[in-house]
Design a binder for this molecule. Structure first.
Ligand code: UDP
Length: 235
């Protein structure tokens, strides 16, 4: 395997599948199955999942909710997805630990960096819930920071598009996909890879990012095995 320890970021929105709200069980099963394929190869896997299928902080204000409070609601949404994903992964026979940035002791462990690393070394899949535990961040930032903290080889951003394009491929049929791109080019071209806080954190710590299509069976396994899948962002 090319990568020994990975951090996989999945958006909450992806869990919607065919639904307008909440979690599509087919998507959950698909993701659990795909993750199992790499975990079985001995790859150490950490997962950060978003909460956009349930609640996003930016939607709070129009609902009359304070932004920071809305962000806490968003963080709790990520935790609900994380619990669902943990169940799905355990049904696949994997050993998992859910660690939260907000203490909810009856439900999961608090995030402790050294303990997270220990879980990974013991072959347990670790899910990081509740983002970073602070408002005004996103789960992309959580993915970047946790990846750096645990010494992951790469951040894998699983999306429904197969990489980074020079324009939105869902709107522009002429959009061109990059196989490789540098951090500086992404800034220069103003491309939308992940939010800028998260992106800069990766750049400053020289942590490569791969954006790929998580919905295509075997893509994750192929990528982790070293095949060229999606777009690689490096120095
Ligand atoms: N959030 C936050 N701090 C964090 C992570 C998440 O405040 O460290 C909140 C924020 O309101 C965000 C919501 O949780 O909108 C859900 O996360 P995100 O939008 O990143 O989910 P995704 O778009 O990946 O589904």
């Amino acid at each position: 395997m090319k990568y020994k320890r990975i951090l996989l970021k999945l958006s909450g929105e992806a869990l919607l599948g065919k639904k307008k709200f909440g979690i599509d069980p087919d998507m959950l099963q698909l993701y659990a199955g795909e993750i199992k394929k790499v975990a079985e190869k001995g790859v150490q896997v950490a997962v950060v999942i978003g909460g956009g299928n349930i609640f996003r902080g930016e939607d709070a204000v129009e609902a009359g909710i304070d932004r920071a409070q809305g962000d806490y609601m968003g963080m709790l949404s990520t935790l609900m997805n994380a619990i669902a994903l943990q169940s799905a992964l355990e049904k696949e026979g994997l050993f998992t630990r859910l660690m939260s940035a907000i203490k909810i002791e009856e439900v999961c462990e608090p995030f402790i960096r050294r303990r997270a690393v220990r879980h990974l070394e013991k072959g347990r899949l670790v899910i990081f819930g509740a983002g970073l535990g602070s408002p005004y961040f996103t789960t992309d930032s959580a993915a970047s920071l946790r990846a750096i903290e645990i010494g992951a080889d790469v951040v894998l951003k699983g999306t429904r598009v197969d990489g980074i394009y020079n324009a939105d491929p869902e709107k522009d049929p002429m959009a061109i996909r990059y196989n490789n791109i540098s951090f500086d080019e992404v800034y220069k071209k103003g491309l939308n890879v992940m939010d800028m806080t998260a992106f800069t954190l990766c750049k400053e710590n020289e942590l490569p990012i791969i954006v790929f299509d998580m919905n295509k069976p075997d893509n994750l396994l192929r990528l982790v095995s070293g095949e060229e899948v999606g777009t690689l962002v490096t120095m």
